[in-house]
Design a protein around this ligand. Sequence first.
Ligand code: PEP
Ligand code: MG
Length: 561
Amino acid sequence: MTENDLSFEGIPVSPGLVAGPIAHMGAGIEEPSPDERFAGDPASAKELIQAAAAATKADLEFKAASAQGEGREVLTMTAQMAADKTLVKQAAKLVVNEGVSAARAVWVAAGTIAAQLESLGGYMAERTRDVADVRDRIVARLTGQDLPGIPERPEPFILVARDLAPADTALLDPAKVIGIITAEGGPTSHTAILARDLGIPAIVGAGNGVLRNLKANSFVLLDGAKGRVSVNPSVEDMERVAALSRRKAVFNGTGQTKCGHRVQLLGNVGDATSAMAAAAAGAEGVGLFRTEFAFLDEAVEPSHEKQVEAYRAVLAAFPGKKVVVRTLDAGADKPLPFVTDMSEENPALGVRGFRTSWKFPQVLTNQLKALAAAAEMETADVWVMAPMIATMPEADSFVSQCEELGLKTAGIMVEVPSAALTADRLLSRAKFASIGTNDLTQYAMAADRMLGSLAQLSTVWQPGVLALIDVTCKGGAANDAPVGVCGEAAADPALAVVLTGLGVKSLSMTSRALADVAEVLASVTLEECQELAALALTAVDANSAREAVRSRLPILEELGL
Ligand code: PEP
Ligand code: MG
């Protein structure tokens, strides 16, 4: 096989078509030898390691301050990891007990922490890359080495790496790094999340072949929507890339089909910064405010004042507009120390979401009171919903509590298959439903949403998942209660068309996706959406559902989506 025939496939995580030369990530920090001994008094090791960890933390905090949005959050989280006392304590103990060098001790202690995270699986396992990044930074400081990092090139390039450290990804300049290909990583790794946030086309999990066979400076075509890389693109490919790069997608603030059928296009937000970004991108409101994001670093329940302040900051970005606030969704991949039982064997199926209010009812009451107070002070139209509702008594209890506290528009998230199947009854009580397709898919397919190896099962294109969405929409229609979608599926333009055809009234997504979804939606009539929905619903499997719908939407190819 010649280099011209080379092509690779990976998991598509950030759409877009680009072409450019390859540059590889700089070499990593070498593992310090076990034979290296600690030179001074072992009692001083703790101080030495602590100083290197503190300097690493300060460096990451500085980087966080110059990053934006998701990048800033990731860097702040990585900086917290550098400040982790366990790492310093365990490393210092290794120096005292085994006499190894400080760098070797940090390497081994970080390995133990990474192994613990790995054994937890899912989201936690994907954080091992973050631990390795912190380890490399501390070891580099202790040994006086340069940090591995993004190559410096005068021309824009497509970056190839085994995996990317969050600190590197968060500071990528999209004008320089025009595409990303990683050998490892899953659909929810930080590389994937940040690439989407920065609008850089990316594929992950493409295998070690990309490290070995894509030579530096080889010219490649990267299709982030299809998950494909090919060497030496044709003239036609290059013309398409050039035409697409001239396109500037903007959203005019009104989501509708070609025939004028309205579909609200809303933003998913976690704090004031992302709310302002959503407003700037034209979002018609907020379809999902993940309140737990504001509290992930809190050891105790935040005070009433602190909560009111956090909620007001988001509401203020959408005066007079709809803002759907989700109550704390703690547990599983988002544990909160003041409500989560960390000893559960299977946290995705444990006491998470609304269920935490069984043991801590006051936390929910306090949150609803703070929300009601924030709603009083701002003009946004506040809707409230509870995550992980599975039964009618839960829906009834939540809606009653909201109503007692003056929050009139109370709804539920549909993330558990039982809620989808009984939506006709649940929506006789709840005023609206928002389908969390990420969790609904995970529970319908019994496939951990964080596992890259289950990516073919973890897709909303699965006919079983589409059937659950269909039955939820029918339950909404029977009660005249609007059903929206706020999972990642809403950001996929082809799925947005199918969801509209199934009867979904609003789609909530990351701000970057708004313009593309709006453009594709505006190219089809409601009747066409319904035809495509029927096609997807009756397909034999996920791939044929996706292919059948995509082949009827040539605009996707035209826009490189
Ligand atoms: C979902 O499950 O689709 C959802 C929107 O909630 P989260 O991703 O926060 O679990
Ligand atoms: Mg969810």
